[in-house]
Ligand binder design. Structure first.
Ligand code: NAP
Length: 271
C-alpha cells in the first residue's frame, strides 16, 4: 500500500533549517518519491525566497507561521533558542495532534512541553550542518513524545542525511560538543594542513583538497572499522611503520599536547 504523503513545515530556515532541507532534497527517498513534502516560513521573506531559489530546493513558502502550522503534519522548529517561545506563542493553539521536531539547541523535551503544551507529539533532535551533504549526525533525545511509528519515520528521514544516535537527554550536550562543535576543529585542522602543504610547496587549493579527502577517508575507514570492534589507536598504529615518517609526526603532535588540546577544547565547549 502506498504511504500517505506528509508535509514537514520548517519554522525558521537559517543555516540549520536549510542544511536539513538541502540534505533531504538530495538524499531522502521520501522527498524524492513525493511522500515527504517540505514547506517553510521565516520572518524575512525575501531572504527565505532567495535561499530556496538559490538552492533550487523543493520547499513551498508559507505566508505566515499559522498557515505553516495549519497545513503541515510535522513542524520543524529551527530558530534561535531566544526566539522559540515567541514563535511558539503564535501557533500554540494549532498544534493539537501535530508532530513537532525541534532542533533548537539545549531545549529538551521537558522544556519543549512547557513551551508548546502537551498536545503536539514532540521530538528533540540535535543536528549538525554536514547534513547538507548527507553526512551529518542527528542526536535524538531518548525520551520522546512521538508514537513508535512516528519515531521510526523521523529516524528514517534523518538517517538519509545523518548518523542517528539516540541518547538520554542529559548526555546530549556532551555529544553535541563532538558533533556540533568539533566540525569547526576539523576545519581548523584542514586550514593548518593547508598552511603546512603551502609551506612545503603545494598549491593551497591542492592542499585543502588533500586535507578534505584525507579527513573524509579517515572518517569513513574509522566508521567501518568500529563496526568490527576496532580502536582508533589501532588504525593510527597501522600507518606508523617502525622508524618511519608518520610516527615522527605523531611524536611531534604528542609533544605539542595534541590530545590534551582536543580534550580541553571539548571541556571549553561545555563551559
Ligand atoms: N547551525 C548549527 O550548526 C546548529 C547545530 C545544532 C543546532 N542548531 C540550532 O538550530 C537553530 C537554528 O540555528 P541556525 O544556525 O539555523 O540559526 P540562523 O541561521 O540564525 O537561523 C535562524 C532562523 O530562524 C528564523 N527566525 C527568527 N525569528 C523567528 C520566529 N519568531 N519564528 C520563526 N523563525 C524565526 C530566522 O529568520 P530570518 O533570517 O528571516 O530572521 C532564520 O531563518 C538554533 O536553535 C540552533 O541552536 C544549529
Amino acid at each position: 500500500m502506498a504511504e500517505k504523503t506528509e508535509r514537514i513545515g520548517f519554522l525558521g530556515f537559517g543555516q540549520m533549517g536549510s542544511a536539513i532541507a538541502e540534505g533531504l532534497a538530495e538524499f531522502s527517498p521520501d522527498v524524492k518519491d513525493g511522500t515527504l513534502r517540505m514547506a517553510a516560513w521565516a520572518p524575512h521573506g525575501d531572504k527565505l525566497k532567495k535561499r530556496i531559489e538559490d538552492g533550487g530546493l523543493p520547499v513551498e513558502i508559507c505566508s505566515s507561521p499559522r498557515e505553516l502550522a495549519e497545513t503541515s503534519d510535522w513542524i520543524l522548529l529551527a530558530m534561535k533558542p531566544d526566539q522559540l517561545a515567541g514563535a511558539a506563542e503564535g501557533i500554540r493553539d494549532l498544534l493539537t495532534g501535530k508532530r513537532v521536531i525541534s532542533v533548537v539547541n539545549a531545549v529538551r523535551l521537558e522544556r519543549l512541553r512547557e513551551i508548546l503544551g502537551d498536545d503536539p507529539r514532540i521530538q528533540y533532535v540535535l543536528p549538525n550542518t554536514p547534513m547538507k551533504v548527507g553526512a551529518g549526525v542527528a542526536l535524538f533525545e531518548e525520551e520522546t513524545g512521538l508514537t513508535e511509528d512516528e519515531l521510526a519515520r523521523a529516524k528514517r528521514w534523518f538517517s538519509s542525511i545523518a548518523e542517528v544516535v539516540v541518547l538520554p537527554g542529559e548526555k546530549i550536550a556532551a555529544a553535541a560538543s563532538l558533533s556540533g562543535c568539533a566540525p569547526a576543529f576539523f576545519f581548523m585542522a584542514a586550514e593548518a594542513l593547508g598552511d603546512a602543504g603551502v609551506k612545503h610547496g603545494l598549491k593551497r587549493a591542492d592542499a585543502y583538497r588533500l586535507a578534505a579527502a584525507v579527513m573524509s577517508g579517515a572518517g569513513s575507514l574509522l566508521a567501518e572499522e568500529l563496526k568490527a570492534g576496532a580502536h582508533p589507536g589501532a588504525l593510527k598504529d597501522a600507518v606508523c611503520s617502525p622508524g618511519g615518517t608518520t610516527i615522527r609526526g605523531v611524536s611531534s603532535l604528542e609533544s605539542d599536547g595534541f590530545r590534551s588540546a582536543w580534550i580541553k577544547a571539548v571541556d571549553a565547549t561545555l563551559g
